[in-house]
Design a binder for this molecule. Structure first.
Ligand SMILES: [Fe+2]
Length: 203
């Protein structure tokens, strides 16, 4: 699949005839959450879909604005949007899933949703370098992928990251991400978030 390709072979792009393809992004996402997202675990005790639903639930419980609930819900979709997917990352090849996910979501969603998605891996690297004890809280899989993703940020990278307008939002999403790997946690179903997502899609 290309970077713009979607889950289960759905592209969300105009077809060869020039006619619109299956462009309902919420339907595409629903397919992802019930399909390959529910089947892939990527080294954690919960599926990627369950993980993202837990992250969104934590954002919602924290009273986050709806664009950050959406970012938490969608932060790992990039694992499914590229030839280099989540299994490549777990095999030691960075799949740059933040960038890939943000680019795919950017077909429909505004920057306030996509930029925290883009930056959530960088936020992990930032927190590892700046937040005491944070690195020790990472799951085993996340500690492993940190080594693939560049490790803790350098001072220059920290300074650059802090200038980004969505850095703080990305750090918030990262915290919900890290807290969303509990196999015993109850989580909302995708349908709970459907109205919120639909309300964020650009007209
Ligand atoms: Fe995640």
């Amino acid at each position: 699949m290309t970077a713009a390709a979607g889950p289960s072979g759905l592209s969300g792009q105009p077809g060869p005839s020039g006619q619109p393809g299956p462009l309902d992004p919420v339907a595409l996402l629903a397919d992802l959450f019930t399909g390959e997202g529910a089947r892939d675990y990527l080294g954690e005790a919960v599926s990627v879909a369950a993980h993202m639903l837990q992250a969104a639930g934590l954002a919602e419980a924290a009273g986050a604005p709806r664009h950050l609930v959406a970012a938490a819900l969608l932060h790992d979709v990039g694992h499914f949007q590229s030839d280099r997917g989540g299994h490549d990352l777990m095999a030691g090849r960075d799949n740059r899933h933040g960038e890939t996910g943000a680019a795919w979501l950017g077909q429909w969603f505004p920057d306030e949703v996509t930029e925290p998605v883009r930056l959530h891996v960088e936020a992990k690297r930032y927190l590892c370098a700046t937040a005491a004890g944070y690195i020790d809280t990472l799951s085993a899989a996340s500690a492993y992928t940190l080594t693939v993703q560049g490790g803790p940020m350098s001072p220059a990278e920290i300074a650059a990251f802090e200038t980004l307008p969505h850095a703080e939002a990305a750090v918030a999403v990262r915290r919900w991400d890290d807290g969303a790997k509990d196999p015993d946690a109850s989580a909302q179903v995708f349908e709970h978030f459907r109205p919120l997502l639909a309300g964020l899609v650009r007209p």
